[in-house]
Design a protein around this ligand. Structure first.
Ligand SMILES: O=C[C@H](O)COP(=O)(O)O
Length: 253
């Protein structure tokens, strides 16, 4: 059975003070709840990873970074390695987000290398995939996502796959307020699970969490999360509002 997960992706938002306020508000709201079944992760800007990991140390919430370098270490000015992130308390890292693929030209190969670095450093990975509107309109979305999976996950072992979560994020739904319907999400999640079964076997297919991302909010989370192959969400905009994000987490209560 795959773990249910609700992950916040703050992207490049919030100054330090705002970040502290938000995390305090969210965790305060959630701490009085009967402990829900979902794991809650906050993917925060690099510069807050150390501080927020310490802040959450005694609480049942984990910190993720939003990216890491494909290199282990050395002369890569401005880069942050997976090992550095692990050493300051990150437990997770997002890899292959469509914004990284689009704006920073991350290829399947670079993403595969980042995944290897992250796993070597002991981080768990949220691997993102998803098609653009153009590809969906050509009805090529299924083959496209299958290629993304094959392009970056194919070399992983079954053992390594135990530390991978997949986030299906159709690009046309990200930040647009236009989420995929439950049917569209379920269709692709089933495709992803079928890929996992074929490539890594039934156990990995059953136990890998597959999250949906793209305009998830407190109104649509319930219907999206009740799809049989949707194991939670990767939430952008709505994760910047304490009450709304907490409502999304509470879908699993
Ligand atoms: O990583 C999160 C996704 O890009 C979704 O962002 P959004 O919830 O603002 O659409």
């Amino acid at each position: 059975m795959a773990q249910k997960i609700v992950a916040a992706n703050w992207k490049m938002n919030l100054n330090f003070q705002e970040a502290n306020t938000l995390i305090s508000e969210v965790t305060n709201i959630l701490k009085d709840e009967k402990r829900n079944t979902a794991e809650v992760i906050f993917a925060v800007p690099f510069v807050y990873v150390y501080h927020l990991s310490n802040f959450l140390k005694t609480q049942p919430f984990a910190v993720a970074a939003q990216n890491c370098s494909e290199h282990e270490k050395g002369a890569y000015t401005g880069e942050i390695s997976a090992q550095m992130l692990a050493s300051v308390g990150a437990k997770w890292v997002i890899v292959g987000h469509s914004e990284r693929r689009l704006y920073y030209h991350e290829t399947y190969r670079i993403i595969a290398e980042k995944i290897q670095r992250a796993l070597q450093a002991g981080l768990k990975v949220i691997f993102c995939c998803g098609e653009s509107l153009e590809i969906r309109n050509k009805n090529e979305h299924i083959a496209y996502v299958q290629n993304q999976l094959e392009g970056s996950l194919a070399e992983l072992s079954v053992e390594q796959m135990k530390n991978i979560v997949i986030a299906y994020e159709p690009v046309w739904a990200i930040g647009t307020g236009k989420n995929a319907t439950a049917e569209q999400a379920q269709e692709m999640h089933a495709v992803i699970r079928a890929y996992l079964k074929k490539k890594f076997g039934s156990e990995i297919a059953q136990n890998t969490s597959i999250l949906y991302g793209g305009s998830v909010n407190a109104q649509n989370a319930k219907s999206l999360f009740s799809c049989p192959d949707v194991d939670g969400g990767l939430v952008g905009g709505a994760s910047l509002k304490a009450r709304e994000f907490a409502e999304i987490v509470k879908v699993y209560n």
